[in-house]
Design a protein around this ligand. Structure first.
Ligand code: AMP
Length: 281
């Protein structure tokens, strides 16, 4: 497996692979990898001849008060896991190379960046879209794989891929979960034992929503009320940022659950902000 640390070298490698007719798969990550990330690499492996996994904790997508400095990092462990998952190239650029002095060009997917996470994390998706556009340009993928776990991000980046005419096959892979249903996330590391136990509040609420829809309740407000009760019953100190019912592609709010509606939520469990989502129909 190749480890590449400079943009120049990565560009050279991409050029060589394209010239050789190789199909390139891309899996962008911020590292501290878990089985969710590895499932994306395995999926990309099935779609492409080579898989470029990127590890980059992107400063542009963190607000000053967020966890950029303490975001968990384990480069050695990550490289080992990527190799085992079938990755062929790991690209680990430096922040001061990705954002060189004088940097001032940003990608803004305007409307889709406003609701949900956008209400709580203004500017976040400009950072995400900008870095992913740069990674597309540097690695020249034929196929890219993102996770359903970050549902709004997946919707925004799909729009960006279309709008900026990237000829890239766009795949969103299912959320990988712990045995008790908690969605895997690098940030789960922040949960102490009580918080970890109570973090099942999110999946419990989502499963309650799904069961309600199955038995005929489709009013979003009614479902949301019950979800709040489930969350408070599991984690009494939880702070709910939002519980939303939206169309997958447009992210517009759906007062009733119909086909394609996704329920997404963000909850602070003992101070750790967790997100999750589920298609309800
Ligand atoms: P991150 O390292 O958090 O930026 O995530 C990198 C990629 O992994 C994104 O496309 C995420 O949506 C995806 N991802 C994160 N957690 C999971 C999970 N539990 N299951 C599947 N994909 C995930």
């Amino acid at each position: 497996m190749k480890i590449i640390r400079t943009i120049k070298e990565m560009q050279k490698e991409s050029r060589r692979l394209v010239a050789a007719g190789k199909r390139i798969g891309l899996v962008p990550t911020m590292g501290f990898l878990h089985d969710g990330h590895l499932s994306l690499i395995a999926r990309a492996r099935r779609e492409a001849d080579v898989v470029v996994t990127t590890i980059f904790v992107n400063p542009a997508q963190f607000a000053p008060h967020e966890d950029f400095a303490k975001y968990p990092r384990d480069e050695k462990g990550d490289i080992r896991k990527i190799a085992r998952a079938g990755g062929t190239i790991v690209f680990i650029p430096k922040a001061n190379a990705m954002y060189a002095d004088g940097f001032q060009t940003y990608v803004n997917v305007e409307e889709l960046s406003k609701p949900l996470e956008g209400t709580v994390r203004p500017g976040h998706f400009v950072g995400v879209a900008t870095v992913v556009a740069k990674l597309f340009n540097i690695t020249r993928p034929d196929v890219v794989v993102f996770g359903q776990k970050d549902f709004q991000q997946a919707t925004i980046l799909r729009r960006m891929t279309l709008d900026l005419d990237y000829p890239i096959k766009y795949i969103v892979a299912p959320t990988v979960r712990e045995r008790d249903g908690l969605a895997m996330s690098s940030r789960n590391k922040y949960l102490d034992s009580t918080a970890r136990r109570e973090a099942v509040a999110l999946i419990r609420a989502l499963r309650t929503a799904k069961a309600m829809v199955r038995s005929g309740t489709v009013n979003s407000r009614t479902i949301q009320k019950e979800m709040r009760a489930v969350i408070k019953g599991t984690c009494p100190t939880a702070n709910i940022d939002y519980i939303a019912f939206t169309d997958t592609a447009t992210l517009s709010a759906s007062p009733r659950v119909t086909k394609g509606v996704v329920c997404s939520l963000a909850v602070r469990v003992h101070g750790v902000r967790l997100i999750d989502n589920m298609k309800l129909l």
